[in-house]
Ligand binder design. Sequence first.
Ligand code: ADP
Ligand code: MG
Ligand code: ZN
Length: 537
Amino acid sequence: MSEVLALKYRPKTFEELIGQDSITQVLTGALNSKRLSHAYLFSGLRGSGKTSTARIFAKALVCDNGPTPKPCEECENCKAANENRHIDIIEMDAASSRKIDDIRDLIEQTKYKPTMARYKIFIIDEVHMLTREAFNALLKTLEEPPEYIKFILATTDPLKLPATILSRTQHFRFKKISESNIKHHLEYILDKEDIKYENEALEMLSRSGNGSLRDTLTLLDQAIIYTKGFIDAKSVADMLGLIDPKYLDKIFNTILKNDKKNLLEIAKDLENYESEVVIDEMIAYLKSSFFNEDVRFSTILYDRFFRILSDAKNLLFINADSGFVLSLVFFKMLEATKLKTIDSIINSLEKGVPQAPSQEQPPLKEKMETVEPTQPQPPKEQPIKTTPTDSEKFKTLIKSIYQKNYKTGECFEKGVFFIKHENNTLELESCASEECKKTLRVASGTIKHLVKDIYGIDTKISMKPCTKKEEIQKDDTEKEEPKIEEKPQEDPASSCVSSHMENPKNDSKSENILDDPFVQKARELFTPKKITIRRKV
Ligand SMILES: Nc1ncnc2c1ncn2[C@@H]1O[C@H](COP(=O)(O)OP(=O)(O)O)[C@@H](O)[C@H]1O
Ligand SMILES: [Mg+2]
Ligand SMILES: [Zn+2]
C-alpha cells in the first residue's frame, strides 16, 4: 500500500461523497438549472469532504459538457481537474498565504480570462486564517467578480469570518459523518483492499474518528500496520487505548450478577485506563446493546445506567478523583439493578407488602410522633419483615399489569396462570383466548419489564401450553359477574381515594385515611402540610 487511504479514496463524483446528501442535492440542482452563484462557502468539521466537494464542483463547472452534475470524465478539462493540474482551477491555502499581498496577487489573476475552461475557479482553503486587511481587499472582488470567476471558500471555523464575507457567499454546512456511514465506508475500502477485519474493530475505529472521515481513514492506515493485516478488535482496542469489547461484556455481566467481589477486581484492573475513556466506552456499549435489543437490559435499566454514567462525566469534568469515580459508577450501577420502580413500590404498598430493607424508612407519622422522649418500642409496633410469597408476587404482577392497561390486566388475569418460579425462570401457563393472546403479545415488552421488577432482573418467562381449558370456561361463567364488580373501573391510581370518597359511610373513616400505606408513602416522599377545609354554614 503506497498511498494513504484518505487520498487513494478521495471522492471524485457527487455520488461517491458520503453523508452530505443535502449539500450534494442543492449543488446538483444548481448545476442542472444553471442557477449558479459566484461565491460559495463550505464550512464544517475537518475531513468531512469540503475540499473534495469543492474539487468535484469545480470539475462540474469546467467540463466540456457542463456545467453539469455528471461531468464526462473524458474531456481535457475533466482529466486535468481529476489530476489536480487544471490551469483554471486555482487552489490557495489561506493558512500559509494569509497576507494582503497574497490576496492582491489573487485579485490580479481574476482580471484575466480563463485559459481553457469557461470559468476560472478559486478554491481558498481555511479562509478564516486571512488577515483583516486581506479580507477587506477580497471583499470587493467577492461581491462583484467578472462573470467568468467563481469562488469556493472552505473553513473549519465559520464563526471567525467577518459578516461581510458571510453575506456575500452561499453557505453550505458540512455535517459530521455518522458512525454507521463511516463504518460502511471502512468495510467498502477493506473489501477493495482485500483485508480481513472484525466487525467490532471497525466499530471502534468509526467511533474514534469523531465524525471525520479523514481522521478515521488515518486510523485505519495505522490499524492495518499495527494488526499486521487482520484487523481484530483486541489489537485495535490496544492501539486506540480503548477497552476490549469482551472486557466490557465482563464488566456488565458482573454488574448484572451483583458480583461485588469481582467488580472490585475489575475496578482495580482498570486503573491503567483513563476513566473518561472507560465511561465513554460503557456508554457506547449500552447504546449498541440498546439497538441490538439485548435482552439483559430493560428500558428502565438503560435509563438508570445512562444517568449514572452521565453524572460520572460531570464529576470527572470538575476534576474529581477519577479512579474513585469509576468504582462509584460500578457500584451505583449494581445498586440500580436492585431498585424497584415507583409502580411496584405503590403496588406493594397497596397490598401492604413491606419493601426491601434498603428502601425502608420509618413512615413520616412515626417520625413526627417521636417528639415524646424515646422509649423502647414495643415489639408489636415494628413492621413485620416478610418476603412476599410466589403467589403474592404473582398477584402484584397482575395488579401492575392492570395499572398499565386495564384490558391487558384482564386478559392476563383470566388467561395466564402461575406454575412455579425456580432458577430465575417464571413458569406460566397460557390459556388466553385468541383475542387476549393478541393483546398480551402487544404488551409483552411491558409484561417482561414488570416481571423483572417484581421477580428480579435476571428472571425469564417460560410460557407453557394450557392444561386447564375446561376449568376456565366453567370458572368464567360462574365468576364473571362478581369479578367485574371487584375491579375498579376508574383510573386505578385513584382507587384508594375513591373508596373513601364515594361511600358516605366512609366519612367517619376520614381520619383513618392517614393510616393508609399509600398515603404514608406519599408523606415520606413529600413534605406534607395538613390543611383543614370547612364548609361555610
Ligand atoms: N464526505 C466524504 N465522503 C467520502 N470521503 C470523504 C468525505 N469526507 C472526507 N472524506 C475522505 O477524507 C479525505 C479528506 O477529505 P477532504 O475533502 O479533504 O475534507 P475536508 O476538506 O473537509 O477537511 C478524502 O480524501 C476522503 O478520503
Ligand atoms: Mg480541506
Ligand atoms: Zn468532461
